[in-house]
Design a protein around this ligand. Sequence first.
Ligand SMILES: CN1CCN(C(=O)c2ccc(Nc3nc(-c4cccc(NC(=O)c5ccc(C(C)(C)C)cc5)c4)cn4ccnc34)cc2)CC1
Length: 285
Amino acid sequence: TSPCDRPVPATAGLSHDKWEIDPAELMLLEELGSGQFGVVRRGKWRGSIDTAVKMMKEGTMSEDDFIEEAKVMTKLQHQNLVQLYGVCSKHRPIYIVTEYMRHGSLLNYLRRHENTLGGNVGLLLDMCIQVCKGMAYLERHNYIHRDLAARNCLVGSENVVKVADFGLARYVLDDQYTSSGGTKFPIKWAPPEVLNYTRFSSKSDVWAYGVLMWEVFTCGKMPYGRLKNTEVVERVQRGIILEKPKNCFKEVYEVMRQCWSQFPDDRPSFRNLKEQLSVVSQGLL
Ligand SMILES: CN1CCN(C(=O)c2ccc(Nc3nc(-c4cccc(NC(=O)c5ccc(C(C)(C)C)cc5)c4)cn4ccnc34)cc2)CC1
């Protein structure tokens, strides 16, 4: 989509850099939680626009590189991506301002609503399809997420699900998170080529997407249970994959299995996954 039909309120005229948001126009409200980077609060922008504001703890990310990238990220616009509205970078800590998603992370939502969601295969499949659409858009724009998981997707009204924090992993300074040997590295969502060579691609996002599907159909269970990272690495490299979740149709599990092909080229693209999942959805429901 061309920048001129961007659905987000244009900040043109506010400052010459349209990705720069004037903090005077932000009213910070309750805390939503805290993550790797520090506190995240709900905010009102220009009195009426609901936002989430990540206040980046100093020293947690390479800020200048991120601010540069923010210009690109604000142009990524899709109904299944959490929209980046802009940044407040003229002060410290810098703020990352995005659209607000009122039901929080997909992971917590699955766990909180297991009783109602558990039996609703149609809804679970629809959530997976929404994430797939957002990821197919990123794939089309040659944009790699690097940390796709249910914890990094968010839920809005009417069970809308959107992918968040795409590409942000590149700016994390904590090498416990960035190096595959680190304690915070998302081992359980990583394919062999990432475990061995840290080789990220849209096909490594597809592997992670398969694990996200497993998270959805188990209503938020931890993949590989309480296995240690070293044990998971060993299994993944030997080609042992996650088992079919209890109430999951074999057609759905078949899609997950394709995402976990050992070689990246053998995995489907998100574009292809979108087609497969809509066929499965029509067939099953
Ligand atoms: C009824 N329930 C009550 C409890 N509840 C909430 O409190 C709640 C409601 C809405 C929430 N919404 C959002 N919450 C967040 C949020 C909150 C806490 C932490 C984070 N995430 C982070 O800080 C974070 C994410 C990713 C990364 C990597 C490693 C990938 C770079 C680093 C840090 C996000 C971001 N958002 C962006 C848009 N909307 C939200 C979050 C929580 C959910 C509803």
